[in-house]
Design a protein around this ligand. Sequence first.
Ligand SMILES: [Zn+2]
Length: 260
Amino acid sequence: METVLIAAGHGGPDPGAVANGLREKDLTLATALACRDRLENNYTGHHIVMTRETDVRISLPAQRNLAAKVDADLLVEIHYNHNGPTATGLETFIWHGEVFEATKRNQRKIHNNAMDFVEQYGIPDRGMKTGNYFLPREAPCSVVLVEGGFISNPREAAILGRPEFQQGLGFAIADGIAEALRLPAKKPPAADEPWPPKVPIPKIIRIVGVMVDGKRRNDLVGFYADNGRTLLPMLDVGNVAGVKVEGKGDHIAITTGKAK
Ligand SMILES: [Zn+2]
């Protein structure tokens, strides 16, 4: 029985990176929950523990202590990245000091499965890296940290903000964990089930500013997609009742009806 500890980065009063209408803590939680669900539904031979399943903050020392308490074999820490508007790609980290071969293998399996999923959306590979992060350094088990793309990059944020993407990446990380730990599959995937799963994400053709009730909002970015829709991260605004959204060429105008 392999004990897997899944750590959704940040939470509660610590939002992590905030950009383009997204909060890192929300994306990490959605990805971690999907990872848990996939492991539970598709694989056996594991005991899954979550550092958090809601919007709360668990300190890094408390997460390290939890890894010791449950005697974790593998800790997977999930984050999204932040570094200016043009940085792009997925990367994974293990501790930069001496690690067991199993940790390198765990990183390779998780990294490759995650890349197979994200590359279909044009998210590039920043590589398998080493670093001096708290949990990889301090936790008494194998630790792999995933940085699933840049929410500070408006174009990438438009993809990361889609719930289908967060779920798909969680599934891919779970498959990587299962491969790394050689977890038996519960049932073979149906022959007609495509993998990686194809989820319909509109292609973004132009990034524009956003006006809400006539005021420019610098914290929001709008998108024109190739299916003719206007999009905001986390919000397919065409579906929100009572809110009027118009594409105005160089910006998207939102009328909430609340400003009078
Ligand atoms: Zn983070």
